[in-house]
Design a protein around this ligand. Sequence first.
Ligand code: PFF
Length: 455
Amino acid sequence: MADNEASQPNLWSSRLMFILAAAGSAVGLGNIWKFPYIAGENGGGAFVVVYLLCIAAIGVPIMAAEVLLGRAGRQSPINTLRALVRRSGASKGWTLIGWMGVLGGFLILSFYAVIAGWALHYIFQAGSGTFTGASSAEVSGVFDDFLASPWTMLFWHTVFMAGTVAIVARGVNRGLEFAIRWFMPVLFVLILLLVGYAMVVGDFAAGFGFLFGFDFGALTVAGVQEAMGHAFFTLSVGMGAIMAYGAYVPGNVSIPGTVLTIASVDTVVALAAGLAIFPIVFANPDLEAGAGPGLLFVTLPIAFGNLPLGAFIGTLFFILISFAAITSAISIIEPALAWTVEQFRITRARVAIALGGICWFLGIGSVLSFNVWSNVHIVGERTFFDFVDYVTQVWMLPIGGFLIVLFAAWVLPKEIVTEQLGFSSGFKWKLWLVLGRVVAPIGVLLVFVYTTFLA
Ligand code: PFF
C-alpha cells in the first residue's frame, strides 16, 4: 500500500485504541468542568445550540482534516506539514499552523494542569469526608478557602504536571492505552449515576430546561464566540493534538466513521455532565448557574455530601476526572514533544521533562490569578488565567482549525486526500468537499469576524 506506515514506529494497536486515545484527548476538563460553567454563564439553551452546531458543522470536518493530515504525513504536526507542503508544492507558510499549535499547547496545558490540580485536591477532600452532610454554604466555603491558598494549588499543579510528564515520557502505547481503556468507561458510568441522582434529588426539570430550552434572548455575541471556541477546545482540534495522534493511526482505519464516533462520545459526556450539575444548582438557592470556574467544585460535592456512599463516590469521581484530564494533557503536549524528539533525537523522557517544566512555570500565573494576582488584569477585566484561556480558545484554536481545514480541503492534492479518506467520488466525497471547503472554513470565518470585529 502507498501508506508510509513503516516510517512510523508508534502505531496505535487497533482502530479501537485510536478511538479511545482520541476520545481520551477530547473528553476531559472541557466536558465536565468547563462546558457546564460556560453554559451557565451564557444562559444555557441557546448557547448549547450554537455549541452543538459548531461541533457538527465545523469541529467534525476539522477533526477529519487533522487525522487525514497526520496520517498522510506520519510525523509531528510541524514536520507533517513541512512534508505535505513539499508534496503539494504549496507555500512554506502553511507550516506556521504547526508552530502555532506548539505555542497553543504550552498555553493550554499551563492552565489545564492548574484546574486538574483542583480535581486532585478534591480527591482527598471528598475522601476525607469533608463534604459529608455539608450544607451548600459550607461546600462553597471549602472551595473559596482553597482558591485563597496559592501554595496548596501550586502543590497540586506540580503533582499533575509531574504525572503528565511521567506518562508522556513512557511513550504512546504503554500506560496510556491501559488507562484509557479502563477509566473512560467507568467515568461515563459514574456521570450517568450522578445524572440519576440529579433526577431524583435535584430540580431536574429546571436543569433540563436550562440546558435545552432555547432562549435566544440570553445569547450574547460573546456567548457565540465562546461556544465556537469551546467546540474546538472540547474536541481538541485547532492546535495539532489530533494531527499528532493521527500520525499513529494504522492505514486501514476509516477516518470519517472514527471521527464521528469520537465527536459523539465527547458531546454526550458534556451534555450528561450538564444534566448532572444544573438540577443541583437549581435545587439549591445558594448556588447560581453563572458561578464560573468553581461550578463543578461546589455542585457535585453537595451531591456527594448527601448521597449514600457519597464520600466513596465523590473520591472515585475526582479520581476519574483527574484521569480524564491526564489523558487530555498528554495529547496537548504531544505536538511539541514529537517535534523535539524528531528534530534533535533526544529521548522522549528528557523532552517531556523540559516541556513539562515550561508549562509548569507558565501555570504559576494561573495559580496566582485566583488569589495574589486576582486584581491584576490583562486586556480588560481578565486575570492571567482568563487571558490565557481566552487567547487560546477564542483566537488560536479557531485560527488554527481554519487554516488546517483550508490546507486539507483546498491545497492538498486530491490523491493524498482520497488515499486517506478512502473515497474519491459519490456522496461522501461531495460531503467532504462541501464541509471541508465551504461550511467549516466559512463558518469559522463568519463567527470569528462577526464576534471579534463587527459586534
Ligand atoms: N479536549 C480537552 C478537554 O475537553 O478537556 C482539552 C484539550 C485537549 C484541548 C487537547 C486542546 C487539545 F489539543
